[in-house]
Design a protein around this ligand. Structure first.
Ligand code: F6R
Length: 602
């Protein structure tokens, strides 16, 4: 959602905050702000809009001070204005605070504080925190923060400073990530490693309800914790010559498959080794039913996971949105396990669903990209996708990472049950080929760009697929909506005649995903039905398919692989197509309007 960075040390804080904030913009970007404390003149700056617009002016300012906090906002409560940008402050302009999350009881707190004489300058939920801390402040910032947080309901990752207790930053978290970065003689805090990776790779993940106090020469938190190393590199959080992070991340899709399977497959045994599941291996043998819970693109990966697990591991598998699951009455027995799938590991609905299942006492497994995320810490066992940082708001390479891990889960569960050695070996052999096959597809970048040029005159699209490629139709449509702001809908081919076919006409293109697989003939019938209604048709097809070009307008060919793995290849042209459509329309591809990278509020 929003991004936070803080610095305390010997160097000037402002340039560190500014560059960190720019790296965080992908999390939220309708406004931004800084507070830097200098002995003489504290500096407060809050502005609506993007940092790039104010950057020139800001770089020219001479801002002293070695302690500061900064924030990029993606507004939820209160309009997008300078006043609603963070940092927020109290009546006396003593407390300055940045916040990621949502204070659910802010209205009642605000009413109470107003009656006690506090004056508010913004419409945000965050500002109540400043006034609550002000109320309890007697000279010690962490004490006042601790007391204030006891009154709050909701979620928060916060960083707080005080002019009257000036040599410290206080940070706290509840369900919104906060990490501390430890460097020689300096400390950083951030909502996301991307903000501080230039300065240190030694981090501590703050746990829920913990409060950290950073001082110029030391820090403390309630519980002693040993630093763990971030494996991400500096190069991974930079564009590396690409015009957008999204394009870079699409181009990294082949290596994402390699990273997901590296060290995890045992070719000669047709088996996989998932260290993160070792502790629960025996319990998993008894599992009779799975439920996979996720949101957005991760949900589509979960749908594909269901097809894989049912077909190859023989386990009945259900899939649900975090936002639906958390409010429905779900019925489990002790032989059910829940798998949570989330790139960020911080999606509020997925985390809430995880907490619901834990209350029911069933086994919880996680698949996430972010080490130390809420999901990683709260599930009983889990596996990291190892996809590296994904900066563009729209998920691309991490979707591929999730699919590769779900294929490994399928082999894992399958080999615990009836999957034969031959089948295990066959899937592994294909998984190993995938990175090269994916590279071949990405070489068609120019062809896909030309298709985007041809089709960018249209404003509505339908994506059709069946079985393993039905979720790919949903993903292709989501990606187009998300970054090109075009109307696109994904459908299962079989559902077409139940309604969407009425839309087919020469101004309404159909994007069909129809590789040579078990539902190929059915897809061909769909294509023919669309063709007679004169709708333009683009197809994703297998290289060996000689007839599809005669019944479609344009084809992007992909190599043949096992049916269960086709989504990992068929989605690549769709990611590139959405990317080039957005570029042609001149949109901010990496930071689509109204969206943020992780949705940490409901
Ligand atoms: C779409 C996209 C979102 C996320 C969704 C879940 O491109 O990125 O739909 O997939 O918000 O996020 P995670 O996987 O972090 O739980």
């Amino acid at each position: 959602m929003c991004g936070i960075i803080g610095y305390i040390g010997k160097r000037p804080a402002f340039p560190i905050l500014l560059s960190g904030l720019k790296r965080l913009e992908y999390r939220g970007y309708d406004s931004f702000g800084f507070f830097v404390l200098d002995k003489k003149t504290p500096f407060l700056f809050k502005k609506k809009g993007k940092i790039s617009k104010a950057e020139k002016k800001l770089s020219d300012l001479k801002i002293n001070g070695n302690i500061g906090i900064a924030h990029t906002r993606w507004g939820t409560t209160g309009l997008i204005t300078d006043e609603n940008a963070h940092p927020h402050f109290d009546c006396q302009k003593n407390i300055f605070l940045v916040h990621n999350g949502i204070i659910e009881n802010y209205k009642e707190l605000k009413e109470k504080l107003k009656k006690e004489g506090h004056k508010f300058t913004s419409q945000t939920d965050t500002e109540v925190l400043c006034h609550l801390i002000e109320k309890y402040f007697k000279g010690n910032l962490e004490e006042a923060t601790r007391k204030a947080l006891r009154e709050v309901r909701g979620t928060y990752g916060i960083a707080v400073m005080s002019k009257k207790d000036p040599q410290k930053i206080v940070a706290a978290r509840l369900s919104s990530p906060i990490i501390l970065g430890i460097n020689n003689n300096e400390f950083l805090i951030a909502s996301d490693p991307a903000a501080i990776i230039t300065h240190t790779r030694q981090i501590i993940n703050l746990d829920d309800n913990e409060i950290a106090v950073l001082k110029p020469d030391n820090f403390f938190i309630l519980k002693e914790k040993t630093p763990e190393a971030i494996e991400w590199t500096q190069a991974q959080v930079e564009k590396g010559g690409y015009s957008h992070f999204m394009l870079k991340e699409i181009m990294e899709e082949p290596e994402t498959i390699e990273n997901a399977i590296r060290g995890r497959i045992i070719v000669e045994e047709g088996a996989v080794k998932l260290g993160g599941l070792d502790d629960v291996k025996d319990k998993l043998k008894k599992i009779k039913r799975l439920i996979i819970i996720a949101c957005g693109t991760s949900y589509y990966a979960a749908m594909i996971g269901r097809y894989m697990l049912e077909e190859y591991a023989g386990i009945p598998t259900e899939v649900d949105f975090g936002s639906e699951f958390r409010y429905r009455k779900s019925i489990f027995d002790k032989n059910t396990a829940a798998i949570f799938l989330s790139q960020s590991g911080e999606t509020a609905d997925t985390l809430a669903a995880l907490r619901e299942t834990k209350k029911k006492g069933i086994l919880t497994l996680g698949i996430t990209n972010i080490v130390g995320s809420g999901q990683a810490r709260e599930t009983d066992a889990g596996v990291y996708t190892m996809s590296g940082p994904e900066i563009a708001v729209a998920s691309t390479k991490t979707f591929i990472g999730q699919l590769a891990i779900l294929a490994l889960f399928t082999i894992f569960f399958g080999r615990q049950r009836d999957m034969s050695l031959i089948t295990g070996k066959r899937i592994i052999k294909e998984l190993k080929r995938l990175p090269d096959l994916a590279r071949d597809i990405l070489k068609k970048e120019k062809i896909i760009k030309e298709l985007a040029e041809k089709y960018c005159q249209f404003s509505n699209f339908i994506y059709l697929g069946r079985k393993y490629n039905y979720p790919i139709a949903l993903e292709g449509a989501l990606k187009l909506k998300e970054i090109s702001y075009l109307h696109a809908e994904g459908y299962s081919g079989g559902e077409m005649k139940h309604g969407p076919l009425a839309l087919a006409n020469k101004k309404f293109p159909f994007f069909v995903i129809s590789p040579l697989d078990s539902v190929y003939e059915k897809m061909i019938s769909n294509i023919e039905e669309v063709k007679v209604r004169k709708a333009p048709i683009l197809a994703i097809a297998t290289i060996e398919d000689k007839k599809i070009k005669d019944i479609t307008d344009d084809v992007v060919y992909i190599p043949k692989t096992l049916e269960m793995l086709t989504p990992i290849l068929s989605v690549l042209p769709l990611h590139l197509f959405a990317y080039y459509m957005a570029v042609l329309k001149g949109y901010d591809v990496d930071k689509p309007r109204n969206l943020a990278k992780s949705v940490t509020v409901e």
